[in-house]
Design a protein around this ligand. Sequence first.
Ligand SMILES: [Cu+2]
Length: 618
Amino acid sequence: MPRKKGEGKSGKEKSGVTRRGVLKMGVAAGGITLLTSTKSFRTHFETVANAQGTTTDCLVNPGQSPPTTPFVQALPIPPVKQQTNAQQMSPAPTKHANITGGEAPRADHQRWEEFPPVIYYDLDVRPALHRFHPELPMTPIWGFDGIVPGPTFVARQGQPILVRFRNNLPAGHAGSGGWGIEQTTVHLHNGHTASESDGFAGNFFNPGSFYDNHYPNVLAGYDAFPATNGDPREAMYTLWYHDHRQEFTAPNSYRGLAGMYLMRDDKDPGNEVAGGPDSLHLPSGYGLWEIPLILSSKTFCPDGQLFGGPPGGAPPNGDKFCVNGVIQPYLEVKRRKYRFRMVNTGPARIWNLTLDPNLGMKVIATDGNLLEHPIDITTLNIGVAERYDFVVDFSQAQVGDHIYLRNSQAMFVGGGAPNPLPPNVQNIVMEFRVTGNAQDHSEVPSTLCEYPPLPTEAEIAGTRIWNFDLVNGVFVVNGQIFDAERSDAQVQKGTAERWILRSALPAAGWVHPVHIHFEEFRVLSRGLPTELGGPGPQPPPPLETGRKDTIQLRGRDQVELVMRFRDFTGKYLIHCHNMAHEDNVMMVRWDIVDGGGGQQTSSANFIPNPNFRKGDVA
Ligand SMILES: [Cu+2]
């Protein structure tokens, strides 16, 4: 459906009211002691090799970026993150936060002895210079290991890892007038991860300290299926990691703090030829036949510097289409099947993508999860944080053909329409050049996996309603703004719940891609009830029949989900993943709790199920 112009615009721009503005006033008044302030904005990138041009942030929205020639740069493939020798990690990772050793405060790692890390990674969160296009100068970015996007993690299900995130961002950055803030917390979206390693928005930490995230890489349902590392039907494959600092996720992620995280197992071992009897032989080989497509959109100032918003404000929607950190790249392909692993890293743009000529896309996974059966589509709609794995068969094309990935979504907030490039390439995201033939041993089986059954009525503890609204220019959930100290739901571990996500604002064209941390959900229905003026609940469309962790509320809308809560406890998040909405402050903390009588705490937005019998959970 067409989105009204203005979608994605942060409400604070209309109202002038901004909680972050209040925060910044607190900084100026010395109310936030974590930040240090300097008189003028520091040029903190000068030590980076090959620095050139201005090294300060561009702070004035140019409206439109300078022109750039499309398809002059080959698509870069983010390098695979390499492990660190555990003995070289200093100080050694510990269950308790090693505060004296430089670690930020956190709760103890849950199930640390049960899932001891077998692979260690050391990752530097730091400033660097990056070139988004050969015709633009190097520009300041923040990157995991100093690159945009960050390195790709290739993990294996059943193999616990530990990732040390070292905050080496410039101290005093926000206090001295730059956009973004030098504090970070890193969320692995949508790992089955204990709360203290989930990148909770309030668990941000300062430059000079580090934070160890423990990723057990277990499948949901571990406690019921310990012999198989969790329920094999809960397997996940395409994840991503990004900054999740409360109220600054948009500028920090826009500056470059995002990367991909892939999971391998026997069904999808990463090699289409080799592999055991369980291998699906999907087109595979990272960077070879299996290509990450990490989407973002950015705006650049007249001198070519990245524009990320006024300090304290939201970054623009961006009029330059970037894939894997470069503007409008090309990729040389052979006449065979390719698997694309796409993630939309925002900050706000929703894409509607078509191949031209239209070779079609065979979708094999939605968000992190394989579909039970592939779905053939001709147009792919992807909201912020959503992922799709799809296969394109270039054997339909001829050597010498050029095939374009075109975006048809009209959404130009924060600037003009995408550059008026030559008419034949307008709104094109990237180009595929068919350059030859290659053997293809890959397959796309008609059955990819089997889902676990939906929870029974007796397993569902009740129904919880989350209303996503805009009130006085502030994006709220159930009428409230985010507070890291306030938990709006206490979910009993080992139960299932039906969650209703609703956006009932009259005359609203707002799209809210809502993300729920920690567990995958299934969509029961889509559609606002008739008593609220909607069409009533309808069966989900085909691409929403798969397991997902992010779902779009489109205008006045409602989705009805069901999910289980297993294996870990602690604080988690539900939020709009339009990062401008998320920062302003459409996010809620909810908790998984254990014990306390085993009944869900009743609250205004929770309707208990009288037929619920705890203990019946599979
Ligand atoms: Cu939203």
